[in-house]
Ligand binder design. Structure first.
Ligand SMILES: Cc1cc2nc3c(=O)[nH]c(=O)nc-3n(C[C@H](O)[C@H](O)[C@H](O)COP(=O)(O)OP(=O)(O)OC[C@H]3O[C@@H](n4cnc5c(N)ncnc54)[C@H](O)[C@@H]3O)c2cc1C
Length: 383
């Protein structure tokens, strides 16, 4: 098979790349080891995150502080990109941008939120602290026994990843992208016309490769001698309650504990926030633990007492890639035609903007977000 661009990986980033490239009229083939949207992108919580996470506020390392601030700028553009993209897709993807709250239970946490909001405003994100009657008027579902205040970020929200990635893939296919499902990329050899790529379904010759392989991104980059520093993958737990009448509009997070939740369009409460899951040694697949079910639901009920009346109907676990250097986007200097589109962190939120930044670079346009802070050269200069 011959193509101009080969995208490796069929998660949200790979599918968005295929869509952006195909609609530019660029020939694109996407190779995916399993089926589309079955790894992190299909197993994620669907929160559109923009605020700095509270644990990130404790990081002193200057390089990491710059990465975190850079990600916030990217997330601001990311939500706008989702809003534009959702209008172009052929079905509703349950995109709601109704604001996010990060709640505090103690004066210390509230003081931390004040500092966080000041830092965010300096970066260009409008967040502010609300408390007392003002907070409970905005979010009457929060416990007035436990919650003392919150930051509010108007551009956070939610999306349904089970609808959104397939909708992007359908649009990409309609625009001419070709998808090779159940096709594993095994080797990549640069040659004088581009790259010869060996897959489990034969070889593909392409002029350019984009590495959007998520957890497999380190392996793909290593095939062409490029080092992507990966951290240990995070195996994460999610809970879902039975549907209830719509009573939570916001994405809610906790300033001091592991908690995120939101109410989906069909009424289910989706509860997570980074509780750990495990890899089952018998199957090699992610599996939930009872301790995370209980811990996650305990804190959720404490913040929203109404949740205590709902039954848990489903749990799941999935694996997120850890990129120990922060996101890596764009062409590798010294290896023309080889691009990375690797995010980690809140990569579902960032998926479409990452694709757009890489495609802007491929087509010679100036990206809407400065790519320099995501370049791999930055990582190699500071290993
Ligand atoms: C439980 C959980 C909750 C999360 N919640 C949120 C959230 O609320 N909001 C948010 O923004 N982010 C969230 N995330 C993070 C987010 O899901 C990921 O950052 C994002 O989906 C990454 O997208 P991706 O396309 O890079 O990776 P993936 O979706 O993992 O896609 C990469 C694909 O590459 C394929 N691949 C790998 N190697 C090869 C190979 N050799 N050949 C062919 N194909 C290959 C894989 O099979 C995979 O399908 C969460 C993650 C988890 C696990």
């Amino acid at each position: 098979m011959e193509t101009d661009v080969l995208v490796v990986g069929g998660g949200v980033i790979g599918c968005a790349l295929a869509y952006e490239l195909a609609r530019e009229g660029i020939e694109v083939v996407l190779a995916e080891r399993h089926d589309l949207n079955t790894q992190a992108s299909g197993g994620n919580a669907g929160s559109l995150h923009v605020q700095i996470m509270s644990f990130q506020m404790t990081i002193e390392d200057l390089r990491w502080r710059q990465i975190i601030d850079g990600n916030v700028r990217l997330y601001i553009a990311a939500v706008r990109t989702w809003q534009e993209l959702a209008r172009e897709l052929d079905s509703d993807v349950e995109l709601h941008v109704e604001g996010g709250l990060m709640v505090a239970e103690t004066p210390d946490q509230l003081e931390g939120l004040e500092r966080k909001a000041a830092r965010e405003r300096a970066i260009g994100l409008e967040t502010h602290v609300v408390r007392g009657a003002e907070l409970f008027a905005i979010a009457p579902y929060l416990s007035d026994r436990h919650v003392v205040g919150a930051t509010i970020c108007p551009i956070e929200g939610r999306i349904n990843p089970g609808l959104a990635t397939p909708a992007i893939a359908r649009s990409a296919e309609r625009a001419g992208a070709r998808f090779l499902r159940h096709t594993v990329v095994r080797a990549i050899s640069p040659d004088n016309r581009g790259f010869e790529v060996e897959t489990t379904r034969g070889s593909i010759h392409c002029k350019r490769v984009v590495n959007a392989a998520g957890l497999g991104a380190g392996e793909i980059a290593a095939m062409v001698g490029v080092n992507i520093p990966l951290a240990a993958p995070e195996v994460l737990h999610m809970n879902v309650t039975e549907p209830a009448c719509q009573f939570v509009d916001h994405l809610v997070q906790h300033a001091g504990m592991r908690l995120t939740f939101k109410q989906a369009s069909n009424g289910n409460l989706i509860i997570g926030g980074g509780w750990p899951a495990v890899i089952d040694p018998a199957t090699g697949l992610p599996a939930v633990t009872r301790a995370s079910v209980e811990g996650n639901l305990w804190i959720a009920q404490r913040i929203v007492p109404e949740l205590g009346h709902l039954r848990l109907v489903r749990t799941w676990a999935a694996v997120n890639a850890g990129i120990s250097s922060g996101p890596i986007l764009g062409e590798v200097s010294g290896l023309p035609g080889f691009f990375n589109a690797v995010f980690g962190d809140a990569g579902y939120t960032a998926g479409p903007i990452c694709a757009r930044i890489v495609v802007d670079e491929m087509t010679g346009r100036t990206p809407s977000v400065d790519r320099a802070s995501f370049a791999i050269e930055r990582v190699h200069a500071n290993p």
